[in-house]
Design a protein around this ligand. Structure first.
Ligand code: SF4
Length: 471
């Protein structure tokens, strides 16, 4: 064993094999076990194994030859096994079987929610319609239900979206729109937008109606004024509820959300009650926390990871703070690079029931990520808006949130025309085409926009390499 074989490899070095001297050697290469350039006859080995198996009544019993020593290796939750060779000088009583190491191996961590990516491959019918140049309904719509809020988070992107106190989508227009989404085949709607959704009292009925029509809904909320009398219906009918919380204690909450410490206590109590109701009724609604990362909450990251575990929510996700094309929020993406270790620490709070995840692809906008390199996107054209549409809290439709209030990209108003007719009409598709033809995503767009992952996927699809059949 381990002796040079007098054979040289292509680098001119002696080849050394770890196979036993008496291992059956195949005469010619082919579909056989190969160690360096010595070819072992796998078939003969298999016959030996079969003989051993035939003598073993319990198939789960570990096969151990007489006088053979086994060494166990433990790595995380896996146990590996090495069959040790006989002691030197001891008479060999068994056939040596090489290559039977069953050691621990790498396992990819589970990706329960795919926060840091997209799910476009689950909607191939819409992709096919796009490729065929047909009109098609959005897979998902993010929409605000109001244009105002009861907190004033210091990272809020909505401040550049023309917030107006008291403005919200009217009840009739909202319910009519939900019906149109059902007719069109919209698959999901997120009440995620410029204003706080729970300030629109029609949100609850819209959710119940959407469920009846087969549309998934979700909500991102600060949770403070969530109507607990209707919480049961929300847990029953929503796919997920995410709390916009960028603090793990009262003081951090007051600082980052510019709200009161009492509001933090109230929110914590509401989340606890929701977790309890969900468990009691076996509702499938996912409950999570989301931190928008800014330097002012760096000290809150670990505290919130702990809080999420204590509350019993399903996840805690940490995302980048979007900034406008004019950098109005003032985010310095280089700051994120300095707390990589802290963010990795936060992820260690994950367990089977609780996911803590950082959206690395966007957090690393200042470095190398799948989406960005030095702040530039890894795609040049935005094709994503017809797949993932955004509607403002005043009912006005635009291709995306960063273009709210930009008249050139205004599509229509839910109060004035049916959403079904809008999607089937010309203006809707002219605006999406305008985005494709005129927008320079590296200059005209918000950093970290919602459509980023989808855009990257569609860009790669549209700009395929040659010889695609050679997969
Ligand atoms: S890439 Fe630009 S146009 Fe497209 S969704 Fe993002 S911000 Fe809007």
């Amino acid at each position: 064993m381990n002796e040079p074989t007098n054979k040289k490899n292509r680098f001119g070095k002696d080849t050394i094999t770890n196979i036993p001297d008496d291992a059956p050697i195949a005469k010619s290469p082919g579909h056989k076990l190969r160690t360096s350039n010595v070819i072992v006859d796998r078939k003969v080995l298999a016959d030996e194994e079969k003989k051993l198996l035939a003598n073993r009544p319990d198939s789960k019993k570990l096969d151990k030859l007489e006088d053979q020593e086994l060494e166990y290796i433990k790595y995380e939750d896996q146990v590996g096994l090495i069959r040790k060779p006989p002691e030197p000088g001891e008479e060999e009583k068994k056939v040596e079987i090489p290559n039977l190491f069953t050691g621990p191996s790498f396992r990819n961590p589970p990706s329960r929610f795919r926060f840091d990516g997209h799910k476009m491959m689950h909607h191939l019918d819409r992709i096919a319609a796009w490729q065929a140049g047909e009109k098609f309904a959005p897979i998902h719509i993010d929409m605000g239900l109001t244009k105002f809020c009861n907190t004033a988070c210091i990272y809020c992107y909505a401040v550049v979206q023309n917030m107006t106190k008291g403005t919200m989508i009217g009840r009739d227009a909202l319910l009519r729109y939900i019906e149109d989404c059902g007719r069109l085949g919209v698959r999901s709607i997120g009440f995620i937008g410029d204003g706080e959704p729970t300030l629109n009292p029609a949100m609850y009925d819209a959710t119940v109606l959407a469920k009846q029509l087969g549309i998934d809904t979700a909500m991102a909320t600060n949770g403070i004024i969530l109507d607990m009398d209707r919480a049961d219906e929300m847990l029953r009918d929503m796919t997920w509820i995410r709390f916009n919380l960028s603090a793990g204690d009262r003081e951090g909450f007051k600082r980052v959300h510019q709200s009161t410490e009492e509001s933090f206590d109230l929110l914590v109590e509401k989340i606890k009650a929701l977790v309890r109701t969900k468990k009691e009724n076996n509702y499938q609604c996912t409950l999570g926390l989301q931190m928008v990362l800014i330097p002012e909450c760096f000290d809150q990251v670990i505290k919130e990871a702990e809080l999420g575990a204590e509350l019993g929510v399903d996840y805690f996700v940490i995302k980048h703070c979007s900034d406008s094309e004019y950098k109005e929020i003032g985010i310095d993406y280089d700051n994120y690079l300095s707390i990589e270790d802290l963010l990795k620490d936060a992820e260690t709070y994950s367990n089977d029931d609780y996911v803590v995840q950082v959206k690395w692809n966007k957090i690393m906008a200042a470095g190398e990520s799948d989406l960005y390199k030095n702040g530039y996107r890894k795609y040049d054209v935005c094709y994503g808006t017809p797949f993932l549409l955004q509607i403002s809290g005043n009912g006005k439709i635009y291709p995306c949130g960063p273009f709210f209030n930009k008249e050139r990209f205004y599509i229509g108003d839910l109060h004035e025309q049916s959403f079904f007719d809008t999607v089937m009409g010309d203006r809707y598709w002219e605006v999406h085409q305008d985005v494709v033809e005129s927008v320079d995503v590296h200059k005209d767009c918000a950093i970290g926009c919602r459509q980023d992952y989808v855009n990257k996927f569609l860009w790669d699809l549209k700009n395929g390499p040659e010889h695609v059949n050679f997969i």
